[in-house]
Design a binder for this molecule. Sequence first.
Ligand code: G4P
Length: 531
Amino acid sequence: MSNLKNEISRRRTFAIISHPDAGKTTLTEKFLLYGGAIQTAGSVKGKATAKHAVSDWMELEKQRGISITSSVMQFEYDGFCINILDTPGHQDFSEDTYRTLMAADSVVMVIDAAKGIEAQTRKLFKVCAMRHIPIFTFINKLDREARDPFELLDELEKEFGIGTYPVNWPIGCGVSFKGVFDRDKRQILTFNEFHKGQEKLTAIPCDITDTEKMDELIGEYQRAELVDQIELLDGASFEFDLEKVQKGELTPVFFGSALTNFGVEPFLENFLKMTTSPLPRKSADGTEVSPFDENFSAFVFKIQANMNKAHRDRITFMRICSGKFERNQEYYHLQGKKSMRLSQPQQMMAEERQVINEAYAGDIIGVFDPGIFSIGDTICTAKNQVEFEGIPTFAPEHFAMIEQKDSLKRKQFVKGVEQIAQEGAIQIFHEPNSGMERVIVGVVGVLQFEVLEYRLKNEYNVEVIRNNLPYQYIRWIRNKDIDVKSLNLTSDTKWVQDFKGNNILIFTSEWNIGWALDKNEGLILEDFNKD
Ligand code: G4P
């Protein structure tokens, strides 16, 4: 196998998602420990150890004790090279979180066994479903009191409309947590309370049919209960079907406890068996670009501002879709119609940032960007140009009218708002036939309003007045040549435009959307923008 093929085949790129506090950071840390990328627990950024909060406005994150930005980490395990895309862990997450999923080939969803599915996981799941991304579920904190595992599976199936396949099954929970039953190997891995807190936990395999040994390890009562549950599972649950897993129609479910390191290694092993190497990406003309194509290509999915306080630089993150990236090579920026050498390409290795010389399809690299890239841009070789399908703009759910306090600061205001919108943190709209004195800002999470105000003040020296608006729903009008003024709409529906001139309606309720569709035959509304 050629080196290129070998390097790409061994890559796996996944995003990790969870509701805050479900254990995403803890699980990530255990992955990195297995991969030897970090030596001690507690090195991954977390609430207490916000190590890489280096930018100005990240101060805001620190003050609020949350993480707004998401990062990328790489580690090696069993010959595989694994890229983890971390997603912000706060309810007030932004579009950034959605877009991160666009750069991943699969998703690991961490769920707190005591809580089940929570609001944030629900939203993220929708995006995974839209792209048919394979989802792996890790039900965490079994060392604590947990909900009934059948009930948790039922919830996943009902809420998400996908099948579940428990790869292992928990034996009790909390103080009576005895371990998990491995359904494929038909044996149990016991959890020993004594090991709690240790980095490496030894699991003792035991055959479920060995009644005597089982009784000794987990007690007669729990053994009998387990045997009943497994019988029920084998009879009633979904069959394992790798094809369905890879289409995102069936989620393999694992039970464990990230904190005590129980169930992390079996998870990794199965995950690597069930996932594929980087998948082909669709280009704008509908053809597929194979990751093994020798010509380098990548798309921008995330732009992070002001990582370094001293500069206005931004870091642009791109996912490599095909071929090999080489540091001093000249590449072509399709949208900018320019050849360039990407300066100081970087990769995150756990808590450190490293300049890299090469990277392969599936990898994520960050490059310094003086403000030339936009979300969705393509970078490729000049001789073999491709353009990737754009990243959809997700529907904001909160809107506010923003205007500058000091009208002499108009230029800075416009520049700031436009640049921040270009990074994808906010979306901006305006009322038809009005100028840029005031703009309507739409965000996915309300925290982005605070980030915007903070950044305008600190980076652009502009103070703004914000008036929150009551709208919650946005729909792009898909009909061309439509006379929006003559549409029959409820009085609290507002017509706005984005800066490409697309017509948009914003609504205060779903009922009003229904009204608009009922009263205007042929009106086509969509809740995301593809342009
Ligand atoms: P997040 O990134 O999803 O927000 O969650 P994080 O890993 O930070 O975990 C949230 C809390 O849950 C942490 O406790 C963590 O130690 C705990 N936790 C994670 N996994 C498990 C588990 O398997 N079992 C138990 N019992 N607890 C778990 P904390 O007190 O908020 O923080 P810390 O002081 O431990 O850092």
